[in-house]
Ligand binder design. Structure first.
Ligand code: OOG
Ligand code: MG
Length: 265
């Protein structure tokens, strides 16, 4: 991957995205100012953003998320390359809690299988079995994504710089050992206000959600990062993301893993 931006521009753009995230303000795609921006530039901005986040009082790293790992998501966003984004402790919300929408631009919810690692993972070429062997348990999760770009429209370098649209996440349901269930064939139903908005099966995510975790590790390897023991990794949305507004109640029901619910206020 090739970088085209100077360190000064990376820092300036990271501050610009950070301000948009904090103030829930939309910005224009970074590629309008820098049309030559590459994936490597996008990730350099994301890593600078992460350093700034981790420097805040009380914030610690929780793990990473995969993005754009299902056909439904790729088609919805028009971006056909899986990505990663970082997850920090300030992004976590409890199950069944009220989630404020006034701190977000235009939130959407996604249902994802989350992995919690009992062993570190590192390297460019891990298999599904490597990931499963290192997984302590899996959990159902909902990611609340929120692009800082107008109309949720972006290109790959711009969305990477915006931490792959990550905002908040809720994990819950029932923790299961990966050896006790077939992680490839889990059905999921996403409901908003009691109405079914999306449904799918976990194989929608790169054929197996553990393949998405292997992809996260491969991307992190190229960035000089890895997953330490204890990492929480979300494997990417199984269905399309669904917009939410104040007043909405969301439940993601997963076969074998129980459900995760929240209310938006
Ligand atoms: C990018 C993030 C995608 C997923 O699970 O596919 C993502 C976006 O759609 O805004 O988190
Ligand atoms: Mg997601």
């Amino acid at each position: 991957m090739k970088n085209t931006l100077s360190q000064a521009d990376i820092t300036r753009l990271a501050k610009q995205v950070e301000a948009a995230q904090i103030n829930a303000e939309l910005i224009t795609k970074l590629t309008e100012e820098f049309p030559e921006m590459t994936m490597a530039d996008g990730y350099s901005i994301q890593l600078a953003l992460r350093q700034r986040r981790l420097a805040r009082e009380g914030v610690r790293s929780v793990g990473w998320k995969a993005g754009l790992t299902s056909k439904a998501k790729m088609l919805q966003m028009g971006v056909y390359e899986p990505s990663v984004g970082f997850l920090t402790s300030d992004m976590a919300r409890p199950e069944n809690s009220e989630i404020r929408t006034d701190t977000l631009c235009h939130p959407r919810v996604e249902c994802e299988v989350a992995f919690v690692l009992k062993q570190a993972l590192e390297g460019p070429d891990l298999s599904i079995d490597d990931v499963l062997a290192a997984t302590g348990f899996v959990l159902p999760a909902v990611e609340i994504i929120d692009s800082r770009y107008a109309n949720f429209k972006f290109d790959l370098p711009s969305v990477l710089a915006d931490n792959s649209s990550s905002a908040l996440f809720v994990a819950g349901g029932r923790a299961r050992r990966p050896s006790d269930i077939d992680l490839r064939t889990l059905g999921v139903v996403l409901e908003k206000n009691g109405e079914i908005m999306g449904m799918g099966a976990s194989a929608a995510v790169l054929g197996h959600p553990a393949a998405a975790v292997a992809r996260v590790v491969k991307i992190l390897h190229s960035l000089g990062e890895s997953l330490p023991e204890g990492s929480f990794v979300m494997s990417g949305a199984i269905t399309e993301a669904i917009p939410v507004v104040a007043g909405d109640h969301v439940s993601a029901r997963f076969q074998e893993l129980g459900s995760v619910s929240m209310r938006f206020v």
